[in-house]
Design a protein around this ligand. Structure first.
Ligand SMILES: [Zn+2]
Length: 394
């Protein structure tokens, strides 16, 4: 049993971890001491919140209950799912806390209001007009967050990256140094943010790789050698050239109303939940015949790839819906076209059979062979590893 630090490198593909291990000093040094697993399957829907909840519980979204980053109805500024109470199964932080261990979490998804996280700086996506600090103080540790804003607030500029990750790292390193938590969870999202705006392989992404390397170095420099470390990515991103807004199809069929804030329900309360590489049809009270008409219209529309399988509908927690569908390579499904189209160059949320879409995890600690490289498996394998390291039950 040992202390454990878990760091998520949001949106880094398995192949990118390999190339980063060759190019960046801190990641290279870590790789030499860690057992890496490449070609790992993400979890479907392959979006940040469902996947982080699966890593924290070891089960699919259908079991932990977080099937999406946001509430499903399409609006311009959707409400993100921020509270730990949204997770219906036992999390690593709950297991650790109930075993008498202490837990810290910094910008880890779906940790808001958790009674099990002693040092908690939750990730809260605010909407225009809301206060970031007020929202964070409501959901996380008040005194800790106040201290962290006073000490490190100057490092960040809203949620702009890579400044935000620098703030996250400074707060995490401070907590690790002063409080020595048994379990520390850190979410670094710089690469995801930059990849959404830049095609894969572009030199603009070097800033994000360098930021991950620098932040990892800073985190590792404040822990002792017998603290185990797990680094993983939640999903990859695929290049996008066209953003699709399938709810406009429902508007054209008089099944949904459009306004400046996005959409408002029509008589049947049906809508499409857009998740980037995939989307799900919520039929409301629509008849089966009209649902079939929607299905036919979507299947004939630009960028449609295929219907989701029964298994994909099930694991994603959408088995109560009549159908879901995925976008062709180069396309993604969004709530609003608006200003997103010109800047959106990459996205996630695709089914797991997409090429080049696999992820990785790497573990340093007692019982893990330094420098070893394995292949295969799933991100669901991380929770049992973490529980074993901490010596807590599922
Ligand atoms: Zn992510």
């Amino acid at each position: 049993m040992s202390k454990l630090l878990i760091v998520s490198f949001d949106a880094v593909a398995s192949s990118e971890w390999e190339s980063m291990s060759a190019r960046y000093a801190n990641i290279a040094a870590f790789s030499r001491t860690a057992s890496a697993t490449l070609g790992v399957q993400s979890v479907f829907p392959s979006n940040t919140y469902p996947v982080h909840c699966s890593v924290a519980t070891g089960v699919h979204p259908c079991d932990h209950g977080v099937s999406s980053n946001t509430r499903p109805f399409p609006t311009r500024y959707p409400r993100w799912i921020t509270d730990a109470s949204a997770i219906h199964t036992r999390t690593l932080w709950q297991a650790a806390s109930e075993a008498g261990l202490t837990v810290a979490a910094v910008l880890w998804p779906c940790t808001g209001g958790s009674p099990h996280i002693r040092w908690n700086i939750p990730e809260i996506h605010i909407r225009p007009g809301e206060s970031q600090i007020a929202a964070n103080l409501r959901s996380g540790s008040k005194l800790l967050q106040t201290r962290m804003i006073l000490r490190y607030g100057k490092l960040r500029s809203g949620v702009a990256q890579p400044a935000l990750d620098r703030f996250v790292t400074a707060c995490s390193a401070d907590i690790l140094r002063r409080n020595h938590p048994d379990l520390t969870l850190v979410h670094l999202s710089c690469y995801d943010a930059l990849r959404h705006k830049n095609p894969g392989g572009s030199s603009q992404l070097d800033e994000a790789y360098a930021s991950l390397d620098e932040n990892l170095g800073a985190l590792l420099s404040v822990i002792d050698n017998d603290t185990a470390v797990i680094i993983f990515s939640d999903h990859a991103q695929l290049d996008v050239h066209t953003v699709l807004t399938p709810n406009d199809l429902l508007v054209s069929m008089n099944l949904l109303n459009a306004d400046a804030a996005g959409y408002t329900p029509g008589a049947h309360h049906c809508y499409i939940e857009c998740c980037g590489g995939s989307a799900f049809f919520h039929p409301g009270s629509l008849t089966r015949t009209n649902t079939t008409s929607v299905l036919e219209a979507i299947a004939a529309s630009e960028g449609f790839n295929r219907l989701l399988t029964d298994d994909e509908m099930h694991v994603s927690g959408h088995s109560d819906l009549p159908f879901g569908f995925s976008a062709k390579p180069g396309y993604c499904y969004n709530n609003m076209k608006s200003d997103s189209e010109s800047v959106l160059k990459g996205n996630h949320g695709y089914p797991l059979d997409a090429a080049g879409y696999d992820v990785f995890y790497a573990v340093r600690g007692a019982g893990f062979t330094p420098g070893e490289t394995k292949r295969g498996g799933s991100l669901l394998d991380i929770a049992p590893l973490a529980r074993g390291i901490l010596g807590v039950r599922a």
